[in-house]
Write a protein that binds this ligand. Structure first.
Ligand SMILES: [Zn+2]
Length: 349
């Protein structure tokens, strides 16, 4: 299957009432792990690359690896997404390369660290929306600021400093015409999200529900949504690792989100933990090994297992064959003639 528009993928998820995992990639093994899981569970999927990933792997390597994934798995809808674009230029370069979706994270200034004003966020996001929609490419925006730092991107903090204001979310969606909206509800990037199992004082599911009530047709996105399961932490620490005890976002909270408009769930840390644990185990228990395949194969398998589990938990499993891909050029026409609505439906308070 050719790469599909993320808008189509999320519209279908909304129709089906499920969420779609968006998994970060930096290399071939991670892409293979995701595709193995998608095939195993018959799931549509979002494969995403951060700026850090694009720099690490080099653009064209990563792009062609993802194209290979699409070629080898014609039955799986795949959207290729730029995660946390920091500027118009970053998003433009991804679109010109062939990404079918971009995130313009205008919640931060171009340095990827300093919170931007609402007006700055609207201006840069709108500019990306105009450029992207003309080419049939999907745009995710962000309102509110997430906690933590990942790949050098992030404002730091606990994630409670800049919780999304529902009124501002409505205004932002109306002014920019984004297809999907990332909101800040207390989640953070990275492994160290919460110092205990999160409750309502640190994970603001009530804010998410309030935003969904106001914007019932806008696809909401949960960032920093790894669950950081204890068993994955344990494998790392059992074989010489030194992770401090930490908690992620419980799967039940993500499922509550999915019942309330969340269509895209970003997961990276869980996969990193799974791979690192598997590699540590091989190197620790079989120190005579030196062929990278001896540890990369179990690493790939460990990641596939986590991804497949999330695909089942998010509900995307079984939905790969529900629809035919719409060509990106047709999607572009849809934005132009208004058949693909970009102004959100806003419900009365
Ligand atoms: Zn993120």
């Amino acid at each position: 299957m050719p790469l599909v528009s993320m808008r189509q993928l999320l519209d279908e998820a909304a129709k089906g009432g499920y969420g779609v995992g968006a998994f970060n990639v930096n290399d071939m093994e991670q892409i293979q792990a995701i595709m193995g899981a998608a095939k195993e569970t018959n799931s549509p999927v979002v494969i995403q690359a951060s700026r850090g990933a694009r720099a690490f792997a080099q653009d064209r390597y990563l792009f062609h690896l993802i194209l290979a994934a699409a070629e080898l798995n014609p039955e799986i809808p795949i959207a290729m997404h730029q995660d946390h674009g920091n500027s118009f230029e970053t998003c433009k370069s991804a679109i010109e390369l062939g990404y079918t979706s971009v995130m313009m994270d205008g919640s931060l200034k171009e340095d990827g660290k300093t919170p931007a004003t609402f007006e700055e966020n609207v201006a840069v996001t709108k500019k990306v929306v105009d450029f992207a929609h003309e080419r049939g490419v999907t745009v995710e925006g962000e309102i509110g600021v997430l906690g933590g730092v990942e790949d050098g991107h992030g404002a730091g903090g606990t994630g409670l400093e800049h919780i999304t204001d529902p009124d501002q979310a409505v205004e932002f969606a109306e002014l920019t015409g984004v297809d999907a909206l990332a909101i800040a509800i207390g989640t953070s990037h990275g492994a160290y999200k919460f110092t205990k199992k999160p409750d309502g004082s640190v994970l603001k599911m009530d804010v998410l529900i309030a935003i969904h009530k106001r914007l019932p047709n806008t696809h909401l996105v949960m960032h920093g949504s790894s669950s950081v399961p204890k068993d994955l932490q344990d494998v790392i620490n059992e074989y010489g690792g030194k992770l401090k005890e930490t908690w992620g976002v419980p799967v039940e909270e993500i499922q509550l989100g999915i019942r309330n408009g969340v269509r895209k769930i970003n997961v990276d840390t869980d996969n990193r933990l799974a791979m690192t644990g598997a590699i540590r185990k091989v190197l620790w228990t079989q120190p005579e090994k030196f062929d990278p395949r001896d540890y990369m194969k179990p690493a790939r398998e460990a990641m596939q297992k986590v991804v497949a589990l999330r695909m089942k938990q998010f509900g995307q499993a079984g939905h790969a064959g529900d629809y035919k891909p719409i060509a990106i050029t047709e999607i572009a026409k849809g934005y132009k003639d208004g058949s693909l609505v970009t102004k959100p439906l806003v419900a009365a308070r």
